[in-house]
Design a protein around this ligand. Structure first.
Ligand code: NAD
Length: 466
């Protein structure tokens, strides 16, 4: 008989849930993870991973189109959209089977079905083969989030789509309106623009990637415009309706602006997410929520004894790596360890368009808002031998240091491999490294990462290559 009683029961097998389950099992806790779908969550099945596969295709296609500039003549370059989509699906399948393997290896019991809390310590799992009641001394809710839409506008999976449908359209659309210029909007705008779709981006804030440093957003905006993407900032979308063949999106530029509209084949809604707090049975035991998120303390305990929540369902920052980190801390605390609280001021954020964007800590705008005394060091990739040699001269490293102690307040990279490089500055920040530490660390030449050393030197006025 399959076991029905566990030390830890995790509801939701995304990067928050399955990581929490593995860590719990590593510490000797008898653990189950429940999911209504394949393990891996949005990240692995419909988010981070398959989109990275699609974006790699776009990059490759873009390179081939510009082959002549590299002395490589390619005629008749074209793509097969179906095969691009299939490759991305295969990547997701492969990684999902990897999670199944990890469950076995770590002796975590996967249970498939729709889970609902029915009483303290009790979860009912509804599956086609019937209901099953599971007991857990500790129950972790890791049910994630789903795309939000504009009031009155519904996703139809065909023309008014979310990031999920944008990943497996039947054909490459001729025209697309992307609402929202956050990470999802900009990644898909880049992907489709490279493949030849006429993309229009509508963003309510006054810059694209509004959470990023303004100088960084400006670099991406310039590059996107160069690719032929129409970008409207300060454009608040009020409605989307279906037309005979496509969609019509209505927006206003500024509060008193005149309503304008654009027609397109598809409308990708990328205006953020909301927590999956419905149908989990939170009300059965009285778990407190706020807006669309579950309220928790620093160890991810809810207001009800024995229940915890982690990941997207507890609110921003809605990032896979944050969910995983929260999952580990949550179960270590359950196991009686005393884990450090997560430092939310040191979370990297990445956007995988080209040029890529990666950052950690405060933007310059935030430093100003907080009236901090700071100094900035910048190094443009056009001054990096490696970047020029590899054909990636766009972008820069910008590091913001405290004026007095030279600690890192924020670090921002826009350019090739930015998402790989930010790890160094995240580590430096968490170790409280200073301008002098980064500058004093010999970086290999020629590398893009030298630019971080040069940016630190620039903050002290002693950069060599600019
Ligand atoms: P987001 O919140 O990052 O961006 C949504 C954007 O939509 C905002 O800039 C907002 O100003 C704009 N917006 C909202 N309402 C609007 C309206 N009516 N008209 C015009 N613009 C409007 O959300 P997202 O891009 O959908 O991503 C969801 C979450 O997933 C985010 O937290 C994001 O960080 C995370 N994510 C991260 C990555 C990554 O790290 N590469 C990738 C995908 C998603």
């Amino acid at each position: 008989m399959a076991p029905t009683s566990f030390d830890v029961v995790v509801i939701g097998g995304g990067p928050g849930g399955y990581v929490a389950a593995i860590r719990a099992s590593q510490m000797g806790l008898k653990t189950a993870v429940i999911d209504r779908d394949r393990l891996g969550g949005i990240c692995l099945n419909w988010g981070c991973i398959p989109t990275k596969a699609l974006l790699k295709n776009a990059e490759l296609y873009d390179h081939l189109k510009h082959g002549a500039e590299w002395g490589i003549e390619c005629d008749n370059i074209r793509f097969d959209f179906g095969k691009i989509v299939n490759r991305s699906r295969r990547v997701a399948d492969k990684m999902a089977s990897g999670v199944d393997f990890l469950m076995k290896k770590n002796k975590v019991t996967p249970i498939y079905g729709q889970a609902k809390i029915i009483a303290p310590g009790k979860v009912r799992v509804a599956a086609p083969e019937g209901n099953r009641d599971i007991e857990g001394k500790h129950i972790i809710i890791a049910t994630g989030a789903r795309p939000r839409t504009i009031p009155g506008v519904q996703f139809d999976s065909e023309r008014i789509i979310s990031s999920k449908e944008a990943m497996f359209l039947g054909e490459c659309p001729k025209t697309m309106v992307v609402i929202g210029a956050g990470a999802i909007g900009i990644e898909f705008a880049y992907f489709y623009a490279v493949l030849g779709t006429k993309v229009t981006v509508l963003e309510a804030q006054d810059s694209i990637l509004p959470v990023e440093d303004r100088e960084v957003s400006a670099v991406v905006q310039k590059s996107m415009k160069h690719r032929g993407v129409d970008i409207h900032t300060g454009a608040f979308v009020e409605g989307v309706k279906k037309t005979k063949k496509g969609v019509e999106v209505t927006f206003k530029k500024g509060k008193d602006g005149k309503p304008q509209s654009i027609e397109a084949d598809k409308c990708l809604m990328a205006i953020g997410v909301q927590g999956n707090i419905e149908n989990v049975g939170l009300e059965q035991v009285g778990i407190a929520t706020e807006r669309s998120s579950i309220k928790v303390d620093r160890d991810y305990k809810t207001n009800v004894e024995g229940f915890y929540a982690i990941g997207d369902v507890i609110g921003p920052p809605w990032l896979a790596h944050v969910a995983s980190a929260e999952g580990v801390i949550c179960v270590e605390a359950i196991a009686g360890h005393k884990p450090h609280a997560l430092d939310y001021s040191n979370i990297p954020g990445c956007t995988y368009c080209q040029p890529q964007v990666a950052s950690v800590g405060l933007t310059e705008e935030k430093c100003k808002e907080q009236k901090l005394d700071y100094k900035v060091g910048k190094f443009p990739f056009r001054a990096s031998g490696k970047a020029v040699a590899t054909g990636d001269p766009d972008g820069m490293v910008k590091i913001i240091f405290g004026a007095k102690y030279h600690e890192i307040l924020g670090a921002h990279i826009v350019g090739a491999e930015a998402t790989e490089m930010i790890g160094e500055l995240g580590l430096a920040k968490s170790l409280e490294a200073t301008l002098e530490d980064i500058h004093g660390t010999v970086h290999a030449h020629p590398t893009l990462s030298e630019s971080m050393m040069e940016a630190a030197a620039a903050a002290a006025g002693i950069a060599i290559h600019i």
